[in-house]
Design a protein around this ligand. Structure first.
Ligand code: SAH
Length: 230
């Protein structure tokens, strides 16, 4: 056998096991979605599809990767956290995201929630107040999506140039619902926001805009990092 044929045979033999083990994290994700998401009552098909698809381990710092699919929040540096997978799924399902939606997120953090939204809706705008986090998340998101924009700013003021939004997802706990965010929600649009004092248990609140009225509904007690101001 001449050496060219030998190399060809060798490369085919090597490719077989590599091909079989294409993505070892897929199994972790499938199990996470089964036990943490579906068994706890999340049923929105696009949300489930997105949680199965997004490689959560790519959004957490290297030293946290082995916990990426665990049933809890994880530290992402600068005193901030990536939410527990169930909370991400819950907040995504409750805004009932549709493919044509334009969604604003406040608190980019790791970029994971933005990625889940980007799998489902047309455009995602996300604002982060800590520059280093916003830049890091922007780099990861750019690799996978062309429908996400990251801005480094105080999310209290929203993103007037891109408004109105069909839905707004706030992932930091605020004592008040920022009035500019209500302003930038379209009529009939939904906002999900943890409301309450920082470092205490807050209420995850669903806010629906109806003309110049807003309806609010408390959904469950949660614990988020604080909504900070510059
Ligand atoms: N959605 C994120 C969760 C990050 S934790 C994820 O999927 O990983 C909340 C984030 O909100 C933190 O990164 C924090 O820095 C940010 N944050 C707090 N106050 C903010 C504000 N006023 N404007 C924008 N981001 C804010």
């Amino acid at each position: 056998m001449n050496y060219r044929v030998g190399l060809w045979v060798l490369s085919v033999l090597l490719a077989i096991p590599v091909g079989f083990a294409s993505d070892p994290t897929e199994g972790f994700r499938r199990r996470m979605v089964e036990t943490q998401i579906i068994q706890r009552g999340i049923s929105h098909p696009a949300t489930i599809r997105a949680l199965k698809a997004v490689p959560r381990h790519k959004y957490v710092p290297p030293e946290q990767r082995r916990f990426a699919y665990a049933d809890r929040p994880l530290p992402i540096g600068f005193g901030q956290t990536i939410s527990q997978p169930y909370i991400v799924a819950f907040m995504t399902e409750i805004i009932d995201p549709k493919p044509h939606y334009r969604v604003l997120e406040i608190g980019t953090g790791s970029g994971y929630q933005a990625a889940i939204l980007a799998e489902i809706v047309d455009r995602v705008y996300t604002i982060e107040i800590i520059p280093a986090l916003g830049l890091r998340a922007g780099e990861v998101l750019d690799r996978y999506y062309d429908n996400v924009e990251v801005k480094i700013a105080d999310g209290f003021y929203g993103w007037a140039d891109a408004a109105p939004f069909d839905a707004i997802v706030v992932t930091a706990a605020s004592g008040v619902i920022p009035p500019p965010l209500i302003e930038q929600l379209r009529d009939g649009g939904r906002m999900i926001i943890p409301v309450g004092s920082p470092y205490m248990v807050q209420q995850l609140m669903l806010v629906t805009k109806r003309g110049n009225r807003i309806e609010t509904r408390n959904l469950m007690p949660v614990r988020f990092v604080p909504f900070t101001r510059n």
